[in-house]
Design a protein around this ligand. Structure first.
Ligand code: AVI
Length: 323
């Protein structure tokens, strides 16, 4: 496996809890327990994005494959564990290589083994890296046309300047002439959005609270999980779902030798999930140096799959506002 990267969980948690308002980056949801809970979320009746995106990919797999260059390498931003990866791998025949890029090296290697068994002729080359920054692709890909794949509207978890920075960096990593296939969740009826992040079975609440359990497990924190509750709401002004953990009481919590005071009702902001219009996402992509070629949505207009082309000379592209 190529690469290697880590996040500084302790430093980010301490800095986030010292900030006003308190916040913790959503990338820390995904330890083993959190990844399993997220998997459960994707199967909930209220959580439409996974189901709807899979439907769009299944219906349009051939048309999408036709837009991809021959002899291509497919680079997935994420570990390639999803059913969506398999839809694309089956449709995008004649792949020269499949390269899943993810921070979680062990899980990545396990997924790669599974994929090699399922697709014996596929050259699977996992890269352990933080794909939110520029990273190096395996040297053997140098001569192959590259296609990026970023499903699941994970880009919605980045604030727009970070989303633009991700698109810009991925253009640099993939190179001139690359194509990107990206799933983006769309603005819709507020009740549908609200239900998707406040499911009746309480799985999203457990996913959110697992962040505190993870801090207790890994950083010797003493969060009392019963003293915090899940809150998720749509903020129309920012066009995003915000997730928070709300303190039910005045309390003091310690993490990694530091203590943090909470007022009753004070929150830790744990996630943003931006919802775009097709036009707003295309404008963001253009700003980051990608040209929209095609977009598909479901019949309700709830979710979109975009194909973008990086035609300009990436080395001479201006960066987005913030990198
Ligand atoms: C991974 N990401 C796109 C999910 C989302 O919808 O923003 C994470 C999630 N948070 C709560 N439910 C699902």
């Amino acid at each position: 496996m190529e690469g290697g990267a880590t996040f500084d969980f302790a430093a980010d948690v301490v800095a986030g809890l010292q900030a006003t308002p308190k916040r913790i980056p959503s990338k820390y949801f995904y330890d083993t327990a959190g990844s399993l809970l997220f998997e459960e979320i994707t199967q909930l009746p209220e959580y439409y994005p996974t189901r709807v995106e899979r439907g769009i990919l299944t219906e349009n797999a051939e048309a999408i494959a036709k837009l991809l260059p021959a002899g291509r390498a497919l680079i997935e931003f994420g570990n390639g564990s999803s059913a969506k990866t398999r839809i694309v791998l089956r449709a995008a025949r004649e792949l020269s290589a499949y390269v899943p890029v993810d921070i979680a090296a062990e899980f990545l290697e396990e997924q790669a083994k599974t994929l090699r068994l399922e697709f014996p002729s596929l050259n699977v080359l996992p890269v352990a890296a933080d794909f939110t920054r520029a990273f190096d692709l395996p040297a053997s890909l140098r001569t192959m046309p590259r296609v990026g794949f970023f499903p699941g509207s994970t880009i919605g978890n980045f604030d727009p300047p970070d989303a633009a920075a991700f698109l810009h960096h991925s253009g640099l990593s993939l190179g001139t002439g690359a194509v990107m296939v990206i799933g983006v969740d769309l603005v819709k009826n507020e009740a549908v959005l609200h239900a998707a992040y406040n499911d009746a079975a309480g799985v999203t609440a457990r996913f959110n609270l697992n962040l505190l359990a993870r801090i207790n497990r890994e950083l010797g924190g003493d969060f009392d999980l019963g003293s915090f509750e899940h809150r998720a709401f749509f903020d129309r002004g920012h066009s995003r779902i915000e997730m928070h953990l709300v303190s039910r009481a005045v309390q003091r919590v310690s993490v990694d030798g530091c203590s943090f005071d909470f007022a009753e009702g004070e929150t830790i902001h744990t996630e943003n999930s931006y919802k775009y219009t097709v036009e707003a996402f295309q404008a963001l992509a253009r700003e980051a140096g990608w040209r929209p070629i095609r977009v598909w949505t479901d019949s309700d207009g709830w979710f979109s799959i975009h194909v973008l082309a990086n035609e300009a000379d990436a080395a001479n592209q201006p960066g987005p506002r913030r990198l």
